[in-house]
Design a protein around this ligand. Structure first.
Ligand code: ATR
Length: 284
């Protein structure tokens, strides 16, 4: 086998230290017997365009270039002007997390959106689609979450964030008239009637305070989804489980966004198998 027949992908970000993506893609290379490598590349904010040229044409570190790469903070938005093509959903959201490089042409996608929805569909196939969704937080993760639910038939989205102005900006920019902003202090009342409640804020993450949310008036059918995956069982998910509500953790979203990228690059739709879950839990 020549070196150039090896599939090559990477994740870029700044900083890039903690990404679990190499573990996931390496697992699938082994499982599907694909000769491939997936590396972490730290790209400084001012070096994005130069780095992209290296990924396309090759450079001293990657002589043959890459077949594709994932993008994390802070490059998801800034990469767009440098790409040849951008898929419609990623363009609408204004964020790309996956780039395919084929015959020197770069195409951007957003598999955060599809990954988030896939994890919900796989974990709770009959999630209540006829009821509104409550989304907490208004950062980058909230943007992808709003886009994911706007692509479903849910009647509307309630968006609540500590800094209300940020929620209003997102509702105006992405909402298509289907996002209403709820005061942070009123989020507890919004739980009543919500079919899915999603935490996209950093509350509940290791080292952060828990998300305070009164679930006592939640309908028994309500699904509680936490994008935070460290810890896997956040205080929010624990209190939802204690009340008998169905829950979805954030690790699956991470795996399915990676799966979306793997399929785009290599044409294989990989499984979220139990061995992969074990490896991820050990690495958390
Ligand atoms: P990401 O891109 O991962 O979504 P982010 O852009 O830093 O991360 O967003 C973090 C989210 O968590 C924001 O919605 C933030 O609220 P503000 O917009 O008011 O900052 C929310 N968040 C973080 N700490 C919080 C806290 N102590 N209380 C309430 N919300 C908090």
């Amino acid at each position: 086998m020549t070196y150039s027949s090896i599939k090559r992908a990477a994740v870029i970000g700044w900083p890039i230290g903690q990404s679990l993506s190499p573990l996931i893609h390496k697992h699938w290379f082994e499982r599907y017997e694909i000769a491939g490598e997936y590396r972490k590349i730290a790209v400084e904010p001012d070096h994005l365009e130069t780095a992209l040229q290296g990924f396309i044409r090759g450079n001293e570190f990657i002589p043959d270039g890459l077949d594709g790469f994932n993008i994390t903070v802070p490059h998801k938005e800034k990469v767009i002007p440098f790409l040849d093509k951008v898929a419609p959903m990623a363009k609408r959201l204004g964020a790309v997390n996956t780039v395919m490089i084929k015959d020197g042409v770069t195409t951007g996608f957003n598999t955060d959106i599809t990954g988030l929805k896939k994890q919900l569909d796989v974990t709770v196939p009959d999630w209540p689609k006829e009821r509104p969704v409550l989304i907490l937080g208004a950062g980058g993760a909230a943007r992808a979450t709003i886009s994911a639910f706007l692509s479903t038939e849910v009647p509307f989205i309630m968006l609540s964030n500590r800094t209300k102005a940020k929620a209003e900006v997102l509702a105006n920019e992405l909402g298509q008239g289907r996002v209403t902003v709820v005061d942070w202090d009123d989020r507890h009342d919004a739980v009543t009637g919500a079919g899915v409640v999603v935490n996209t804020s950093s509350l509940g993450m290791v080292g952060q305070p828990p998300l305070e949310l009164d679930l006592s008036h939640a309908d028994p059918e309500t699904v509680v989804y936490d994008i935070v995956y460290k810890p896997l069982e956040t205080p929010l998910l624990k209190s939802a489980k204690d009340r008998g509500l169905r829950t979805v953790d954030g690790l699956g979203m991470l795996v399915y966004q990676a799966a979306g990228a793997f399929k785009i690059w290599f044409g294989v739709d990989p499984d979220y198998d139990s061995q992969l879950k074990e490896k991820l839990l050990a690495a958390l």
